[in-house]
Design a protein around this ligand. Structure first.
Ligand code: AMP
Length: 176
């Protein structure tokens, strides 16, 4: 997994002092690493009954689109409030300061559909928890949540597993 780790660029003190920003744009720009990340994330689900891949705006769209193609699934965007044109369901979730809202189209998934959730990175798990709840609100069965990067010290993956959703991650970094 070393080539994946070394394909991720770390930018210190971005977007604010004390944060080590894990930048996957270098991984996406590296043909071998991009393919490897997508292949490794989907490997347990090849041949399964997954019908949709849901990606979290914005980096989850890039990975989720590639994963959906690989699994011959549909793709569902989970977006920031106000971006989707049709009727939506929404959920608000806590940020470090204040709250935010994410939305999906009401008809993006159907009851009982098996769905995989995708984002680039899981930190505290707040974003992914809200996305899981949104999918479940529409009756989807969230089969797994997949991330290239885990920040295990922040406990997000454990939070998602406590919801009964298995988590798949490829590279862990200490701290936040
Ligand atoms: P959280 O809700 O705390 O799990 O944060 C996850 C979301 O914030 C993901 O959409 C990530 O893209 C972004 N994020 C959080 N921490 C970092 C970090 N250190 N580097 C890059 N992205 C991050």
């Amino acid at each position: 997994m070393n080539d994946l780790r070394s394909a991720i660029r770390t930018i210190s003190d971005y977007p604010k002092p004390g944060i080590e920003f894990r930048d996957i744009s270098t991984l996406l720009g590296n043909p071998r690493a991009f393919r490897r990340a997508v292949d490794e994330l989907v490997q347990p689900y090849a041949g399964s009954r997954i019908e949709k891949v849901a990606g979290i705006e914005a980096r989850g769209f890039i990975l989720g689109g590639a994963i959906a193609h690989q699994l011959s699934c549909g793709f569902v965007p989970i977006r920031k409030k106000g971006k989707l044109p049709h009727q939506t369901v929404s959920i608000s979730y806590a940020l470090e300061y204040g709250t935010d809202e994410m939305e999906m189209h009401v008809d993006a998934v159907t009851r009982g559909e098996e769905v995989i959730l995708v984002d680039d990175l899981i930190a505290t798990g707040g974003t992914a928890t809200a996305a899981v709840q949104l999918l479940q609100k529409l009756g989807a069965e969230v089969v797994a949540a997949c991330f290239v990067i885990d920040l295990p010290d922040l406990g997000g993956a454990r939070k998602i597993e406590a919801l009964g959703v298995p988590v798949r991650t490829l590279v862990g970094f200490p701290g936040h």
